[in-house]
Structures are given as C-alpha cells and as structure tokens.
Design a protein around this ligand. Structure first.
Ligand SMILES: Cc1cc2nc3c(=O)[nH]c(=O)nc-3n(C[C@H](O)[C@H](O)[C@H](O)COP(=O)(O)OP(=O)(O)OC[C@H]3O[C@@H](n4cnc5c(N)ncnc54)[C@H](O)[C@@H]3O)c2cc1C
Length: 459
C-alpha cells in the first residue's frame, strides 16, 4: 500500500482524489483541506429560502473532462435555457453580437449598434499584425481592429472568465488561436469566422452544463463518493510545510491547536499559486519564486431575490456584461432564474439575479460593507433597467478574495519552467487553476494528469 496526500480540497483536489481512487490499486488517499468545507470556488448558499450557486455555476460542456466526471458520479446534467445575453454599453442594453471569438467579430457588421460608425470603419480596416512570441490579447486585437472592440467587447468577455485586463492577459495562454493566426499571417476576423462556423455546426449540442440543484452541490456529492471509496477527507487542516523525507514526503498540517505531521509516498498540491509557492519554498525555490509571481483577482458576487410579480424585466435574457470603460460599479449581471429553468420551477415566486464586482487590482469596490455592495449593485441594475427593478426580498454577498489567477504574458513559459524545476521530484505533482486553464474542465484535466503522474511514479 502506498500513500498519497492531496493538499487542497477544491475541485482540482477532489477530482485528483477521484482519479486516484478509481484508477490506482492499493493506494491510501488523504485530502487535506485548509478550510471548514470542501469545494473551493464551488459553493452554494441559501438566499430567500432557496439554495443558489454563489461561486462557479456551470461547466463548459464542449470539453470532455467535467461532463465525464459528472457521468462517472452518476449525476444527470442540466443545461441553461438558450436565452440571449446583452452588453450594457453607453447607457443602453445591446444584444450580444453573434459569431465573435471572445469579442473578435467574423465581420464588422456583427458589431453594428454596439460600435460607432468610426469604430466600425476601423474594424473593417483590419491591420495585419506580426508578433514575436507571446503578447497581451488586448494589445494584439487593438493593433488589428482598433481599441473600441477591445474596450466594448473583448474586455467584458474576458473579464467574465478571468476578472482581468485584456491588455495584460497572455494571448498564448488565454486565446492561442489568435496568436497562431498572427504568427501565420491569417487575419483575426478570419479565425473568428472559422471558429464560429465550427461552433454553428455543433449548434444542437449544449455549450454549458450544471447539475440538478446547482454546481455548488457537486463538492458534497464528490466527497461522499470519495469517502465511500475509502478516501480520507480532513477539513480544517491547512498544510504549512512540505519537506523531503527519505524517498517520500513529510507534511506539517493543522494549526497551533491541532498540529500534526504526516509521512506519505507522494504529494499532489492543488491549492492556488501563492500557498503552493510557500509550500515549495524549501523543496524547489525556483518553482516557488515563479509561482509567487502569479497574481490573483479578487471579486464579490451579490445574489438578489426579487418578487417575481414585479420582475418581468429579467425574463427572456441570461443577463448582461459591462464594459469597464463605462466606469460602472458592477462587471456583469446574471439573470439566474431565466438562465436556469430549475430555479424558476423551484421558486416561481422569486426571481434570482446576481451581479459581480472586482477586477484584477481594482479592489476599491470590494472594501465596502456587504450592505453598501448590495446597494451599489442594485443601483446599477436600476440604471440598466430603469423603473423595472423592485426592492429585493433578500440579498447575499459572497466575497472571493484571490478568486482567479491572472495568466500574464509569458504564463505558458512560466508554467513550463515550474514543471521543469520539479522534474527531479516525480512524486510531487501540481494541479488546479493556476496552471493550464481557470475553467473547471481545465482544473479537472490538470488534476487527472497530476494523479496519473503520481500513479506512474509510484509503480
Ligand atoms: C466567483 C467565481 C465564479 C466562477 N465561475 C466559473 C464557472 O461558472 N465555470 C467555470 O468553469 N469556472 C468558474 N470559475 C473558475 C473555477 O471555479 C475555479 O478556477 C476552480 O474552481 C478552481 O479550482 P481549484 O481546485 O484549482 O482551486 P480552489 O477552488 O481555489 O481550491 C483550492 C482549495 O485549497 C484550499 N487551500 C488553500 N491553501 C491550503 C493549504 N495550505 N492547505 C490545505 N488547503 C488549502 C482552499 O481552502 C480551497 O478549498 C469561477 C471562479 C470564481 C472565483
């Protein structure tokens, strides 16, 4: 029997534990989670008497990893209603342009209404861009199509995924297809057309998925399935040190009240970059230094429950994104009851709407009290939908300090360097949002790869 400790019980740590418990024989798996609950950024809370997601709410269904995990757990998937989204730009709600690749249009006409005549003319006059290595997505698109596309479309779309700045996020890490296009001399709009045509060909397949009751239910289902397979899950057990001990590892965990030391054959580290850097400081100082430089964006979500009798304005749309250039309080709003039919069915009397605050380095709005934040969100909803937003019957604030890693220019090379520094330790593996993608499928993919690395190393 060999033993493997997994540090961190977010989706990456839990998925790694699942991979090990289903693919390896004679392995003792121990998950050490620092907080009092497993799941990390997957969480639900009760708002107005109804359980709603207050973290991640859906997985990309067109990547295999997450839907496969749901299938393995025997969880039927549910899909959002196909209702359109909008952009709240220059004081008006515009339908989200169709056929764009993260905001890059297939043709300038796709952006009519959202951009001015001059801005559209600049998009039509696409410049060819040559690149030398990685570049920020916003810089690449701005050079090719002008600044308005970046400010009004790319920025809010990327903000929804990374809570970051388009002119700082790495094209190689976040939108490799655009960097390849620039490298090979293909126009960015041609790539957008190609990708959008491929996506139209799959129009019948759902793009996003969740589970009955919401994605926030997944951690408890996964924990129960893991415990059934003999995996030990220890909550309130932050790991403070990882050190080499003989051919294995010694972990220091717990705190001043309950300090414990654990000796294992292998370690899978599935915590964000900053704690990973602290844990690796003495074992692999170069990898630790590279990871310590990965910044995170903090954010907050406010979920409102409105009386449905006065909430017609939220029907028939999944919500809207907000270009940061307009200087609003909120970054986006999701009309959850319109997007997820199960919510409308469970609580026809209430209409759930959530708004998000915070971008990388923009923390002023997050320093407000919960009541102030909820009030600011409501004020913006009322500006976007004048005269149509009633008083909420309940509001819930969820803060996500260090919510999303920022893949800065050079991220892919940085992570390759980290892996190279750790090559001497095949029984130490890394997984999670800091590495190969922040979405849940990517986190599960990295968890499987890390688990497989350990299985191979221990064989
Ligand atoms: C508000 C929000 C909404 C999102 N929405 C979506 C979405 O709809 N779809 C999507 O695909 N992605 C979404 N994402 C991204 C995605 O949810 C995350 O990237 C992903 O869940 C990260 O998983 P993880 O396991 O890598 O890390 P985490 O979820 O951060 O888990 C890490 C765990 O490690 C624990 N930990 C930290 N330090 C220690 C230590 N020293 N010892 C032990 N444990 C420790 C933490 O307590 C935590 O439980 C969203 C992210 C946020 C913040």
């Amino acid at each position: 029997m060999v033993s493997i400790a997994i540090v961190g019980g977010g989706i990456a740590g839990l998925a790694a534990a699942w991979q090990l418990s289903t693919h390896a024989d004679s392995v003792e798996v121990i998950v050490l989670e620092g907080s009092g609950t497993a799941g990390g950024k997957l969480r639900s809370a009760v708002v107005g008497g109804q359980s709603v997601d207050v973290g991640a709410e859906s997985v990309l269904a067109r990547r295999p990893e997450a839907v496969q995990l749901l299938q393995e757990l025997g969880l039927p998937t549910v899909h959002p209603d196909r209702v359109g989204a909008s952009i709240w730009s220059r004081d008006a709600l515009h339908p989200m342009p169709a056929g764009t690749l993260m905001g890059v249009p297939g043709k300038p006409a796709d952006l009519e209404g959202l951009l001015s005549e001059d801005e559209l003319a600049r998009v039509a006059d696409e410049h060819s861009v040559s690149v030398d290595g990685d570049v920020a997505i916003g810089v690449l698109i701005e050079r090719a199509l002008g600044s308005a596309v970046v400010d009004r479309l790319v920025e809010p779309l990327l903000g929804g995924v990374y809570a970051g700045h388009a002119r700082e996020l790495s094209a190689r890490a976040c939108m490799p297809a655009l960097l390849t296009a620039a490298d090979t001399g293909e126009s960015l709009t041609a790539v957008a057309r190609r990708v959008s045509e491929a996506s139209t060909a799959r129009a019948g397949e759902p793009v996003f998925a969740s589970i009955e009751g919401g994605l926030g239910q997944l951690p408890s289902v996964l924990v129960a399935a893991l415990q059934e397979r003999g995996v030990s899950i220890r909550l309130d057990t932050p790991v403070t040190e990882i050190a080499v001990e003989g051919s294995g590892w010694r972990l220091q965990a717990g705190g001043p009240v309950r300090d414990e030391s654990l000796t294992v054959d292998a370690v899978l580290c599935a915590v964000p970059a900053a704690p990973t850097a602290r844990l690796l400081r003495s074992v692999a100082p170069d990898a630790a230094a590279a990871l310590a430089d990965i910044d995170y964006a903090s954010m907050a979500l406010v979920t409102y429950a409105f009386p449905s009798a006065e909430s017609a304005a939220f029907a028939g749309s999944s919500g809207f994104l907000v270009p940061p250039v307009d200087g609003r309080n909120i970054k986006a709003s999701t009309f959850s009851s319109s997007k997820w039919p199960r919510l409308g069915q469970a609580r026809p009397d209430l209409t759930f709407v959530r708004v998000s605050f915070g971008r990388h380095r923009e923390v002023a709005s997050l320093q407000l009290s919960d009541a102030h934040l909820a009030w600011d969100g409501l004020a913006d909803l009322r500006k976007a939908l004048p005269g149509q937003v009633p008083a909420p019957v309940a509001a819930h604030v969820q803060r996500w300090g260090g919510g999303l890693p920022q893949y800065a220019v050079g991220h892919v090379e940085r992570i390759a360097g980290v892996r190279e520094s750790l090559a001497a330790y095949p029984t130490l593996a890394l997984a999670g949002a800091a590495y190969d993608g922040v979405g849940i499928p990517a986190c599960i993919g990295s968890a499987r790869a890390a688990a497989d690395q350990l299985i191979a190393a221990l064989r």
